[in-house]
Design a protein around this ligand. Structure first.
Ligand code: GDP
Ligand code: MG
Length: 163
């Protein structure tokens, strides 16, 4: 039984891109339209030799259980609760949004350890967003570029104590 890592964050930050990179196959649909990952996807990940089960989650817009986004959010919360560690991903180019703050508030109240990942961190355009994310109260962000494969060693160092 491999340890489990859940990737969580608002739509379009790059969760599925990281999932695909770690699993090494295109199991998750990457799309720049928000909310394209409709259900949770799992795969066996390998990060520089570190092996774990990874879950790509979707949905955090509403907690109304009568709606599809509400059910997606409930599924995301269940995945985080079952996981050994959560990767909370923000888009460093977009900066911290109200929805990021909402997810962070929820994560701070959960027992699952959280690693804050500031994605899309390639280049200088991401620097203000990386800096801003210190304010989420989830520790130091790991700057990452899931698309370009930058920051992978720092992600390894952050994950290793948990998996
Ligand atoms: P999700 O909704 O969080 O699963 O996000 P996706 O993985 O579907 O990615 C959303 C968009 O962000 C896609 O157009 C990706 O190509 C893009 N993206 C993902 N990672 C990066 C990154 O590291 N840098 C940049 N610039 N774009 C990225
Ligand atoms: Mg996705």
């Amino acid at each position: 039984q491999l340890p489990t890592v859940a990737i969580v964050g608002r739509p379009n930050v790059g969760k599925s891109t990281l999932f695909n990179r770690l699993v090494g196959k295109k199991l998750a649909l990457v799309d720049d339209r928000p909310g394209v990952t409709r259900d949770r996807r799992e795969g066996d990940a390998n990060l520089l030799g570190l092996e774990f089960r990874i879950i790509d989650t979707a949905g955090f817009e509403t907690d109304d259980p009568q709606t599809l986004p509400g059910r997606m959010r409930a599924q995301t919360q269940a995945a985080v609760r079952e996981a050994d560690v959560a990767l909370f991903m923000i888009d460093a180019r977009a900066g911290v949004t109200p929805l990021d703050e909402e997810v962070a508030l929820w994560l701070r109240g959960e027992d699952t350890p959280v690693i804050l990942v500031a994605n899309k961190a390639e280049g200088k355009a991401a620097e203000p967003g990386v800096y801003e994310s210190f304010g989420l109260g989830l520790g130091d962000p790991v700057p990452l570029s899931a698309e370009h494969g930058e920051g992978v060693v720092d992600l390894f160092d952050a994950l290793r104590p948990h998996v």
